[in-house]
Design a protein around this ligand. Structure first.
Ligand SMILES: Nc1ncnc2c1ncn2[C@@H]1O[C@H](COP(=O)(O)OP(=O)(O)O)[C@@H](O)[C@H]1O
Ligand SMILES: O=P(O)(O)O[C@H]1O[C@H](CO)[C@@H](O[C@H]2O[C@H](CO)[C@@H](O)[C@H](O)[C@H]2O)[C@H](O)[C@H]1O
Length: 484
């Protein structure tokens, strides 16, 4: 299979098969949910690698490419000026009508489109995985000792995603990682480790696609069992909050959609994942050096957020003092963790909860995402998510009303407290360690997450930035700290 090397992306450079498409790609990228840099100033685009994956004569032609997007504003991203993304492209003169929505542009007579929209391409990838095939630079690998799913076309998952997935007949789901990074993706790595540990808390892994970048291995995609009949924790929690806010006279425990039982079960599930990850990949004591390293990452992120958001800059010193609480913490341990846990990363199946998406925070480098950290980071992230579920509806209402309704605010806080507390109870029951017994550590991690969220919302959902800003104020107010 022909594979082309990097070029400078000059449209006149005939060595780059994507050169004529650069403008079309620059217009298309910001329309994609997975493209995280919507608010940033794009300076240019180049083709990092390109290869044809389909066999000669196969229709459509399938290409795999990595593009590098450079930005004019490197300041708030830790100085990186280029981010790399993976594309799977379908190329055909007259593609079927159902891929029209995924068209990127034209190359000569051909239409070039997002390949995952085409069931023929997702079907090809699934069959290549079951055959352990190699095509060009891509290696398709079935997970040993797993049952091959029935091969058929996949349907693209529509929804909020940092990557792009296709679902195969409610049997399997394949995720194409959009960020192109050298190394083993932690989502694949941790699913593999947990699967081999016999975990019931993750969907079994079925296979992967591996490629290469800068002469090093890179995870292209991951295939896992699809949990049919599942609902995600965010939708369930949001429905519970809606019920409570609609019932002015009932307490959270009296409303039909009370979520506390589920929050308790989620606490136990997260605890089980932590215990399994520790057993599979080990633990280290959190010593003074480790604590000061963690504080440094937190402070560095705080400075980026302060540079971008005035509400954070005003509170910088007070926030920094709380983040330094990591050093004051009781002896504790570091281990591999989930790294970006929230209610949307939990799936309720008929038999219990599954945890998905172990990739870590999308904006962090791979080295930072695989660094052992305190399990408290995941606990704090879940507590933040209960706050989000409780207050997202109010924050939307408040945009159209003059004043916040104190009665509704109290009820939302009641929901958050009840579910945060049920989660901690479940976690403590399964691990024997109650996270609330390390208040400084928990508060530092919660505040660090809120700082991340302020930056995330400013870039992606500005109308939601009031949710983490409100929590930030609560975490800095002595009276608010005790609320769990
Ligand atoms: N094993 C699975 N079974 C059923 N649905 C899944 C599974 N894994 C992911 N999903 C669905 O796909 C969505 C996106 O998955 P996720 O791993 O969070 O992707 P991303 O990294 O792109 O955010 C989830 O919100 C969930 O709805
Ligand atoms: O799931 P992703 O890996 O894409 O995570 C990113 O997006 C999340 C939003 O979808 C974001 O989570 C934040 O919003 C959630 C509600 O939508 C809330 O439950 C979380 O607590 C909050 O952090 C996540 O931070 C981001 O990395």
């Amino acid at each position: 299979m022909p594979a082309t090397s990097p070029t400078d992306g000059n449209p006149g450079d005939t060595g780059d098969p994507l050169a004529g498409l650069h403008d079309a790609l620059l217009a298309w990228l910001p329309t994609q949910r997975w493209f995280p840099a919507k608010g940033r100033v794009v300076a240019g685009l180049r083709t990092v690698s390109h290869a044809v994956v389909s066999a000669p004569g196969e229709t459509p032609t399938v290409e795999h490419a990595v593009i590098g997007v450079s930005f004019a504003d490197a300041a708030d991203t830790g100085g990186s000026t280029e981010e790399r993304y993976q594309l799977v492209l379908g190329v055909q003169a007259s593609p079927p009508a159902d891929v029209e929505y995924a068209v990127i542009g034209r190359r000569g007579e051909d239409v070039v489109y997002d390949g995952l929209a085409d069931g023929r391409i997702s079907r090809l990838f699934l069959s290549l995985i079951t055959e352990n095939a190699t095509r060009g630079p891509l290696r398709f690998v079935a997970e040993p000792d797993t049952e091959a799913p029935i091969v058929g076309p996949g349907r693209p998952l529509i929804g909020e995603q940092s990557n792009s997935s296709v679902i195969y007949g409610e049997r399997a789901i394949m995720k194409l990682f959009r960020r192109a990074t050298a190394g083993l993706n932690p989502d694949l790595e941790l699913h593999r480790a947990l699967g081999r540990q016999g975990s019931h808390e993750v969907a079994p892994l079925l296979g992967a696609i591996e490629g290469e970048i800068d002469g090093e291995p890179m995870t292209v995609a991951m295939l896992q069992t699809y949990a049919s009949n599942s609902a995600d924790g965010w939708s369930m929690a949001a429905a519970s909050v809606r019920d409570l806010l609609a019932e002015a006279d009932l307490r959270a425990d009296e409303v039909g959609g009370d979520f506390a039982g589920e929050a308790h079960r989620i606490g136990k599930t997260v605890a089980a994942v932590h215990l399994e990850l520790a057993a599979a990949l080990g633990t280290h004591p959190l010593d003074a050096r480790g604590a000061s390293e963690i504080e440094e990452w937190m402070l560095e992120r705080l400075d980026r957020a302060a540079a971008a958001v005035p509400g954070v800059a005003e509170q910088r010193e007070a926030i920094a003092a709380v983040l330094r609480g990591v050093s004051a913490a009781e002896p504790s341990t570091l281990q591999r963790i989930h790294g970006d846990l929230h209610l949307g990363q939990e799936l309720r199946t008929p038999t219990g909860w599954l945890v998905i998406d172990f990739e870590g925070e999308p904006s962090k480098s791979l080295a930072d995402r695989v660094r052992p950290d305190s399990p408290m980071r995941d606990v704090a992230a879940m507590l933040r998510s209960f706050d989000y579920a409780a207050f997202h509806q109010l924050s939307e209402w408040e945009q159209s009303a003059d004043d916040p309704d104190p009665q509704l605010e109290r009820r939302a806080q009641e929901w958050a407290d009840r579910n945060r507390s049920a989660f901690c109870d479940g976690y403590a029951e399964a691990t024997g360690t109650d996270p609330r017994e390390s208040p400084e550590l928990l508060r530092a991690y919660e505040l660090d997450k809120a700082v991340y969220e302020v930056l995330y919302e400013t870039r992606n959902r500005p109308s939601w930035v009031s949710i983490p800003l409100r929590s930030m104020r609560r975490l800095l107010t002595p009276a608010g700290r005790g609320e769990r």
